[in-house]
Design a protein around this ligand. Structure first.
Ligand SMILES: [Fe+2]
Length: 247
């Protein structure tokens, strides 16, 4: 079974369209989508409309949860700007999404880890804000109790693959729509892919014989960047244009 893995689109319809076109060029018709679909100052409603027209197996991310559970006055700036642009039908769709899902016989989908949509899996943030790869023991611990051969996660926006001792593969396809960001939790840190390209992955085969292809897709990132700047988010504008988060 061949399918695409998308995550962390963050309202970037420009990047999403490029990924959908690349999937078509590759002959890939099936996909799963790991959440954080619309949050951000680009095109949340257009992104939601594009996704509602697809037949993807879809879960929610932490920002999708916050968009549907938090009062607008309590929302972070990136969620609030999206909330103001979304239609009720978009929010109804987000509200109905599950936190995790299974796909086929042996694929498990989560946003952060199986038990948390706000926990980084394949990376860790040190107390001084340095981001490092998670240790083997840290990676193994989060997978306890999940029997799937392939576990898909997102949330950190960094394309990575890791293999557990029992042979299970963990795949983060990277972010379709936001290649760099900063966050204050647990301490201030930055995530940076270093390229403005849209990231996703294609999985082919079955069981232990799966091939994973990371795709890095150029698109009109300047257009997305201008939209972010127009919504007053110069930090997003720079990150979208460059793939780096620089204050
Ligand atoms: Fe997330």
């Amino acid at each position: 079974m061949t399918f695409a893995v998308l995550a962390d689109i963050h309202g970037n319809s420009f990047a999403l369209k490029a990924v959908l076109e690349d999937m078509a060029r590759c002959g890939v018709t099936r996909a799963v989508n790991l959440g954080d679909h619309v949050s951000g100052p680009i095109d949340p409603a257009g992104t939601a409309d594009l996704l509602l027209a697809q037949d993807f197996v879809t879960i929610r991310g932490n920002h999708d949860r916050w968009l549907t559970e938090q009062a607008p006055a309590d929302m972070g700036a990136s969620d609030k700007v999206a909330f103001d642009l979304l239609q009720p039908a978009h929010l109804d769709w987000l509200r109905a999404l599950p936190a995790t899902a299974t796909y086929g016989e042996d694929v498990f989908l989560c946003h952060g880890t199986p038990s948390s949509d706000v926990t980084y899996w394949l990376e860790r943030v040190e107390p001084n804000g340095v981001v490092r790869p998670a240790s083997r023991a840290e990676v193994e611990r989060e997978a306890m109790g999940i029997e799937a051969r392939l576990i898909l996660c997102g949330h950190t926006h960094l394309p990575r693959v890791a293999q557990l001792e029992r042979g299970t593969t963990i795949l983060n396809p990277g972010s379709v729509g936001l290649p760099a960001y900063d966050d204050d939790v647990p301490v201030y840190h930055r995530m940076q892919t270093g390229t403005p390209n849209a990231s996703y992955a294609i999985v082919e085969g079955a069981g232990r014989d799966r091939t994973i292809t990371f795709r890095s897709i150029p698109y009109d990132a300047e257009a997305a960047s201008r939209m972010a700047a127009g919504h007053g988010r110069d930090d997003w504008a720079r990150a979208l244009a460059t793939g780096w988060h620089e204050p």
